[in-house]
Design a protein around this ligand. Structure first.
Ligand SMILES: [Zn+2]
Ligand SMILES: [Zn+2]
Length: 439
């Protein structure tokens, strides 16, 4: 085989193919013959070797390239970094390696002016999203821009990562972004319909889960876009009936995560996860009533295996407020226990009116001492002294509640997902991203 200049193109092609398929041996052989191949790029997109390794999740080759002091922020024709491509394709190992190598999270591509955070949110790769956020917390970005500003970074048309995640039906990414300080009511500039909030875009995309997340975080059902439309109207227009029912301003207000309360920031992660679940469950109960009798009511055959964990609790573990749920949350310092649902009811109100929002931290319902912390209860430590505190009025309340709940039948929520067809468009190609154009 000749080694002349005429063969250069084919060597280059072989190198890129070897990287794409993770063929380490061919990769090394070709580079030994001609180390300058490493600085070549593909003809059209001008992808470097690092781009190809990142997009294809070839972590071994990617690591070799980075160890060989290749610039981690090398750009292709669209000014995309290898980190953007790894985030786009959900290649978490490559994302982590690139971040370790000091890849810049605050680079903007030339397509839509988007960062790697936009890419991760748009394509719904929550692990990549978390990795980028965690890197941003300790990188120079946090110092120069501030982390909160980075979470809400806008693309060329004013879309934040939260807007993209909501539009593309990525509830997990929506949740992570909200949890990291994404602004729930930010409106876009020109992305989607001008002035859209994440809730408008979730209504457009038709994802019940994204709508639930946003509402639970206090998204405003009455906020209007530049054309004067509320999210309800957007959902109706695009025939997402069940979404519209939730967004209808006349339907019951959802419970809202009590973010203004200071103690939330001190919540331990497990206790927080329990309460988040309780909040979502409570809102789903509410949804059942909203959707009941409508064309979008839950399927009559109930999914089995849901809520069973609750009914099988033994008496010794039951919450002393509702006598329905297991004690899962412990109040500190006093040590009283209750279920996540009752804890939420205690510190969560219906969507607060900003002018009257209660900013005083809640107190323990048993001893009235202020709540310093909420932690996950240890099952065996639920003792009888606590139970005695629940008085008769509590019992009556709980019975009334119990009978109401039993009417709902506790049917599952899985049926809901069929209302909005989940199309996992996660493998979009570079430069072929289908942007939503509102007609
Ligand atoms: Zn309870
Ligand atoms: Zn107490």
């Amino acid at each position: 085989m000749g080694q002349g200049l005429s063969c250069r193109g084919s060597h280059e092609h072989r190198l890129f193919t070897a990287i794409q398929h993770g063929d380490l041996q061919t990769f090394q052989t070709l580079l030994e013959r001609d180390p300058t191949l490493l600085h070549h790029t593909t003809v059209y997109d001008r992808h470097s070797a690092l781009h190809i390794a990142a997009a294809n999740g070839q972590i071994e080759i990617l690591s070799m390239l980075l160890d060989g002091s290749i610039n981690p922020d090398v750009l292709n024709r669209q000014k995309q970094t290898p980190l953007m491509l790894a985030a786009m394709h959900g290649k978490i190992a490559c994302v982590e390696k690139l971040l370790d190598a000091g890849a810049n999270v605050l680079m903007f591509d030339a397509l839509h002016g988007r960062t790697c955070l936009h890419y991760a949110a748009y394509y719904g790769h929550s692990a990549c999203l978390k990795a980028v956020l965690s890197a941003a917390q300790s990188s120079p970005v946090a110092a120069s821009w501030g982390f909160a500003r980075f979470v809400n970074v806008r693309d060329a048309r004013g879309a934040t990562p939260l807007h993209l995640g909501a539009r593309q039906r990525r509830p997990e990414c929506v949740h992570i972004l909200l949890d990291n300080g994404a602004l729930v009511c930010a409106s876009t500039g020109g992305y989607g319909c001008p002035g859209s909030t994440p809730l408008h875009l979730a209504a457009r995309g038709g994802s019940m889960d994204c709508i639930r997340e946003l509402l639970a975080w206090g998204a405003d059902r009455l906020q209007r876009d530049a054309s004067g439309r509320i999210p309800y109207v957007v959902a109706l227009k695009h025939k997402h009936g069940a979404c519209a029912a939730l967004l209808n301003p006349t339907s019951a207000e959802p419970l809202v995560w009590p973010s203004p309360l200071k103690f939330i920031s001190e919540l331990n992660p497990e206790a927080k996860a329990l309460m988040e679940r309780a909040l979502m469950d409570a809102n789903r109960e509410r949804e059942k009533n909203i959707l009941k009798g409508s064309a979008y009511s839950y399927p009559s055959h109930s999914d089995t295996g849901i809520d069973d964990n609750i009914s099988e609790a033994s008496d010794t573990e039951l919450c002393c407020i509702c006598f329905e749920q297991v004690c899962t949350i412990e109040v500190q310092e006093c040590g009283h226990q209750m279920c996540a649902q009752c804890t939420l009811a205690l510190c969560c109100h219906n969507k607060p009116n900003p002018t009257t929002a209660c900013l005083t931290p809640p107190v323990c319902p048993f001893c009235r001492s202020s709540i310093a912390r909420l932690v996950v209860a240890k099952m065996e430590s639920c003792d009888d002294t606590d139970r005695d505190v629940g008085d008769n009025s509590c019992c009556k309340l709980s019975k009334a509640r119990k009978s109401r709940n039993s009417n709902d039948g506790g049917s599952g929520f899985k049926g809901l997902s069929s209302f909005g067809k989940m199309s996992g468009r996660s493998s979009g190609r570079i430069g072929a991203e289908n942007e939503w154009v509102d007609k």
